[in-house]
Every structure is written in structure tokens, then in C-alpha cells.
Ligand binder design. Structure first.
Ligand SMILES: N[C@@H](CCC(=O)N[C@@H](CS)C(=O)NCC(=O)O)C(=O)O
Length: 224
């Protein structure tokens, strides 16, 4: 089994790496550098027609993509520590939060990234003809609203889906770290959310190490 991977700050492959570290499972990581367009090569498109990472290649040649689906598969192989919920209520609650984070936080961050960041100007132009900066900026309000939704909930419990760390926390922590990398911060008034961020960032699995070459390219493009 191997994982077609990209290093930080890419949030989706990082979800799977954090998940594997939380489980104490080691699998081969195959670098798939986005900067070199390796994810759009014919070999990779055969693994995932969407041309994205991560992709998990099973020993029988099956390819799984979508970070949360990959982690669900790995949870079945390595049930402990449980990260998707132990009973029907926990599983549904974890899933509910994963979906809320994907739609209310990750999607707006993706739109801000694609439509406002200098690093992605060429990607946006290829996909949409241009960067729609107003649309990208309008998503800052959606992101702030998503932060406040989580902030209100997390004030009452230690982790996003309940009293223990789950996949919902992994999806959220990778989203917030990527958002910060592209200059999108949690609003100042979200104190409970900031405390949660500090708690999950202190976990040994939470390393976030952007290679110097990527930082240099982001700076050269005019980002931060
Ligand atoms: N929903 C997918 C999103 C995958 C995704 O967008 N991956 C990014 C890297 S973090 C990527 O491959 N981007 C290149 C592209 O979309 O062309 C997942 O959860 O795995």
C-alpha cells in the first residue's frame, strides 16, 4: 500500500498523514509534486481522474482518493485509536462536523486561495479565464461565519465532535493551518476556537513544515 502525497502546506494529503501518525501506522509516501504538475501526468490521472492528491494505492492496484474516504478505509484496517466514532451517534456526529468543516470552512478557503492569491493566478486563469477577486474576497465572510459557528460549539467541549479527538479535528486543523498559510486568520473574537487550535497544534502528530522551496515560490509570487 502506498500514498501519493504532497508536502505541507497541502491540506488534504496532510489529513491522511496526521491520521496515520495518530494510528501509529507507517506506509510508503510517494512524492507527487504539484509544482511540477505531477498530479496532472497521465500516470496520476489514471490513479485519480480528478488529478488530485492524496491517492491511496492498495496492494491489488485499486486506487482510493478523497482524503476522508481514504481515512475511513484505513480506520477499518486499524480500528484503534478510534477516530470516526464508536457508535451510531458518535459516527454521525463526527460525520456531521466533517461535512460542516468541508462546506463552511474548507470550501471558502479554497475559493479565497484560487481567486485572490497571487500564487494561483495561472491556475484560476486556466480554469475560469481569470481570477474573480471579488468572489474570492466574498468568501472571507463565509469563512469567518464558519469560524464563529465552531467557536460557539467548541466553547462547550474539548474537541469538535465531542470529548475526544476525531477525524473532525484533523479536517479542521489542516484547514486552519492552510488558511493561516495563505493569510486567512481566525477572527480575533473566536477565543474558544483559538484555544482549541493551540491544543491540537501541541499534539506530536500536528507538525506543519512547509519546505523552503515552496515558501520561496509563494514569496516570489507575492504571497506571504
Ligand atoms: N476533496 C479532496 C480534495 C483533494 C485536493 O484538492 N487536493 C489538492 C492538494 S491539497 C490538489 O490535488 N490540488 C490540485 C488540483 O485540484 O488540481 C480530498 O479530500 O482529498
Amino acid at each position: 500500500m502506498k500514498l501519493f502525497n504532497e508536502s505541507d502546506p497541502a491540506p488534504n494529503p496532510r489529513r491522511v498523514r496526521i491520521f496515520l501518525k495518530e494510528k501509529g501506522v507507517d506506509i510508503e509516501l510517494v512524492p507527487t509534486p504539484l509544482m511540477k504538475r505531477a498530479h496532472k501526468s497521465p500516470e496520476h490521472l489514471a490513479r485519480n481522474p480528478l488529478g488530485q492528491v492524496p491517492v491511496l494505492e492498495l496492494d491489488d492496484g485499486t486506487h482510493l482518493s478523497e482524503s476522508v474516504s481514504i481515512c475511513r478505509y484505513l480506520e477499518e484496517l486499524h480500528p484503534e485509536p478510534n477516530l470516526f466514532g464508536r457508535d451510531a451517534k458518535e459516527r454521525a456526529t463526527t460525520d456531521m462536523w466533517i461535512r460542516r468543516i468541508e462546506f463552511r470552512l474548507m470550501m471558502p478557503v479554497g475559493q479565497i486561495w484560487v481567486h485572490t492569491h497571487p500564487f494561483t493566478a495561472a491556475v484560476a486563469t486556466a480554469a475560469f479565464g481569470q481570477q474573480f477577486k471579488d468572489f474570492g474576497d466574498a468568501n472571507r465572510k463565509i469563512f469567518a461565519g464558519g469560524c464563529r459557528l465552531v467557536d460557539r460549539e467548541i466553547a462547550a467541549r474539548p474537541f469538535i465532535a465531542g470529548d475526544r479527538y476525531t477525524m473532525a479535528d484533523i479536517v479542521a486543523q489542516t484547514t486552519f493551518d492552510f488558511a493561516r498559510f495563505i493569510g486567512v486568520d481566525i477572527p480575533e473574537d473566536c477565543a474558544a476556537l483559538k484555544d482549541w487550535c493551540a491544543r491540537v497544534s501541541a499534539r506530536p502528530t500536528a507538525t506543519f513544515e512547509v519546505p523552503e522551496a515552496v515558501l520561496a515560490q509563494a514569496r516570489a509570487a507575492g504571497g506571504r
